[in-house]
Design a protein around this ligand. Structure first.
Ligand code: SF4
Ligand code: SF4
Length: 381
């Protein structure tokens, strides 16, 4: 396993980090974390909100059980809480906007993990200016609690995760210089935040990457990539995608939610291999994807748009069908379209283009435009 320093914190983390958002249950979590640690992965990104079933039954608590008995000093644990105005759900560390709520989240993460201290605590999904304000503005804010916890040795370093644009990220790093670690969404299909990653690197702030495989949409082999990278023809897309990230020295660690042992072993082997892609190969890889998708924004099925539609349209499902059929041109997409025809609940024609879903969409998918096209396709079939 290769390791890299997290900015100037003095902490070193494995190039492949342990994402904990896709565990299928307690056993799967314990087995995955222990196997990962044996393979040399030491960075664990946790959240009570992942696989949440109850305050003591969630991914964070399962990680706590998995690390019991392991050498704590060799692990680097990063917890998080989501800053928002409005109703707080402290048990899930969501909607946090006061010092006390944040303190409760820190104490709950410490209790659930039994880790003694948390190497990092990040504001979770700080993607819009209003989220930054909820986290850091006024006197009674969550940042106060994080700084107090740091002084008390309960938290070592602080940071944030974001799906937002590079300008906001750069501005927040400037306004709160004690943010020493960020987690951003970046991969070969979406290089929107590259400028912020470079800024963080220059200012000795660590950078974790989430979404390395674009939500797992593209795996296996594809003629488009084989033709663009003839010399890497035998390599599956997911391996090229990881090598694309590992070759970038401004990236500290890459998170992947691996709940299958085979994926974990394969990805750890790639992160242990120093042979990366050349800049020319990276460029051809990115261009091949752009050609393949015709430059269209792709829905990853993240479901951040859930509960936004006044007509309760299952947006992620309809967008998935649309892109399989109309962007990727796959027969599976056409078969799904056929199935949609008779399902009144999935009637894309109900969309009145209010735009509420796209406001929530980190990928800026033009949902209303695609709903209209989908409605025409369903009607004409
Ligand atoms: S734009 Fe259409 S799909 Fe999106 S929330 Fe509005 S009505 Fe629903
Ligand atoms: S439309 Fe956007 S927010 Fe909704 S599931 Fe797709 S990528 Fe996520």
């Amino acid at each position: 396993m290769q390791y890299r320093p997290v900015g100037n914190t003095g902490v070193r983390v494995s190039l492949l980090g342990i994402g904990t958002m896709r565990f299928t249950g307690r056993e799967n979590a314990i087995e995955t974390v222990r196997r990962a640690v044996k393979l040399g992965l030491n960075y664990i990104d946790i959240a009570a909100g992942y696989s949440y079933r109850s305050p003591e039954e969630n991914a964070e608590a399962w990680v706590g059980e998995a690390i019991r008995g392991l050498d704590r000093s060799k692990l680097v644990i990063s917890a998080k809480a989501q800053p928002r105005r409005g109703e707080a759900r402290v048990d899930r560390c969501l909607g946090i906007h006061t010092r006390d709520q944040m303190r409760q989240c820190i104490e709950a993460s410490l209790r659930r993990t039994g880790a003694g201290y948390l190497d990092f605590f990040q504001f979770w999904d700080m993607s819009q200016p209003s989220h930054f304000e909820a986290a850091c503005s006024g006197r009674d804010n969550p940042l106060v609690a994080l700084r107090e916890a740091r002084e008390q040795g309960l938290v070592r370093h602080i940071g944030f995760t974001s799906h937002g644009g590079p300008d906001d990220i750069i501005q927040w790093l400037g306004r709160v210089p004690d943010f020493r670690f960020i987690t951003v969404y970046y991969n070969f299909t979406n290089r929107y935040v590259e400028e912020a990653i470079a800024y963080a690197y220059e200012h000795q702030v660590g950078v974790a990457i989430m979404g390395p495989l674009y939500g797992g949409i593209l795996v296996g082999h594809s003629d488009a990539f084989d033709d663009a990278l003839v010399e890497l023809r035998s390599m599956p897309v997911q391996e090229i995608a990881f090598r694309f990230l590992f070759s970038n020295p401004t990236i500290t660690t890459v998170l992947s939610g691996m709940n299958e042992a085979s994926h974990l072993v394969e990805n750890a082997a790639i992160a242990s291999d120093r042979a990366g892609l050349t800049p020319g190969q990276c460029e051809r890889f990115v261009r091949a994807f752009q050609d393949f998708t015709k430059g269209e924004a792709i829905c990853t099925g993240c479901r951040y748009c859930d509960n936004t539609c006044p007509f309760e349209l299952p947006i992620y499902q309809l967008m998935g069908t649309y892109q399989l059929s109309q962007i990727f041109g796959l027969p599976a997409g056409d078969e799904q379209l056929e199935r949609l025809r008779d399902q009144h609940k999935l009637d894309a024609a109900k969309c009145h283009a209010c735009g509420k879903c796209t406001e929530k969409c980190p990928r800026h998918v033009p949902v209303a435009k695609r709903m209209k096209h989908l409605a025409e396709l369903l009607k004409s079939g």
